[in-house]
Design a protein around this ligand. Structure first.
Ligand code: 2M8
Length: 268
């Protein structure tokens, strides 16, 4: 069993980013050696800090499927194609951050509209927009592959998408922001990469995926058991037409309830 999970609004509460309700079941999963793999819009810097806090040691996928980071002491995946940093073997499916910024600028020229990205915002601006702490906002600005930007209200989303395609880019929608990512990235593609490069291919692994926003659709489509975590005000409108199980609560409480039910009822 593998669990692929979005973070903001899914394992973490949407408004306060807390995860306390999920700690007991996370401990059980750790004792059962069930990997919990974050698949998030967040940066490597943010996920590392969070994993250290929560005690997660599995691979993780950052910036909407752009970076796949596998700890160097984790030999379960084929990393012959991977690049290396001090602690990880990693695969990049994404742009370099500088290119993502340039493409966003080109698109804003074409649309004759300012598109305001994280690179244009100060850490204090990001604190005000997100409710992150100042230190967390600095980690969120430490981007490697993608540019989150304020969703422009008066621009047709399909026009934005069509222009992005001219640059081999795509726009995905998260909780609060839109994100410019490489067309080769996306949460689903990164999940598929990990599953295809899992050494023990003969063993049939069941995969669970959890998410709350439109950028989680490709993740949820890539797993055996997709689960929607509702937002505090209900299921995101972009996920309402999906026929997937919906957790009984939002955030970490909902996460914990569905996973506890699956694990303790021996459904798997
Ligand atoms: C951004 O991601 C969220 C995730 O859904 C969003 O689009 O609202 C990211 O840039 C991430 O780095 C940051 O931590 C988060 C803060 O809310 O916003």
């Amino acid at each position: 069993l593998f669990i692929f999970t979005d973070l903001d609004g899914t394992l973490l509460n949407q408004n306060d980013y807390r995860y306390d309700d999920a700690l007991p079941i996370l401990e059980i999963l750790k004792n059962k050696n069930i990997p919990v793999i974050p698949v998030t819009s967040k940066t490597k810097a943010e996920v590392e800090s969070l994993c250290a806090e929560i005690g997660l040691n599995d691979p993780f996928i950052t910036e909407n499927g752009s970076g796949i980071f596998i700890p160097k002491d984790d030999f379960r995946f084929d990393t012959t194609q991977a690049l290396t940093t001090e602690s990880y073997n990693y695969i990049s499916l994404g742009f370099e951050y500088h290119n993502a910024r340039c493409i966003l600028w080109e698109i804003s020229q074409k649309l004759k509209t300012d598109l305001v990205g994280f690179g244009d915002l100060s850490p204090e601006d990001i604190v005000n927009l997100t409710g992150l702490s100042l230190n967390e906002a600095i980690l969120a600005k430490t981007r490697n592959f993608t540019e989150p930007f304020l969703t422009p209200k008066h621009i047709n989303p399909s026009l934005l998408q069509n222009i992005a395609q001219e640059y081999q880019a795509t726009i995905v929608v998260g909780d609060r922001f839109s994100h410019l990512i490489s067309a080769k990235a996306g949460k689903g593609n990164a999940v598929k990469w990990l599953l295809n490069n899992y050494h023990n291919l003969e063993e049939k692994i069941t995969t669970i995926g959890l998410g709350n926003s439109p950028n989680d659709i490709s993740l949820l489509e890539s797993v055996d058991i997709p689960i929607i975590i509702p937002n505090p005000d209900g299921v995101h409108k972009g996920l309402k037409n999906k026929n997937w199980q919906v957790a009984p609560h939002s955030g970490s409480k909902g996460w914990s309830q569905v996973i506890t039910e699956i694990i303790l009822s021996h459904k798997i």
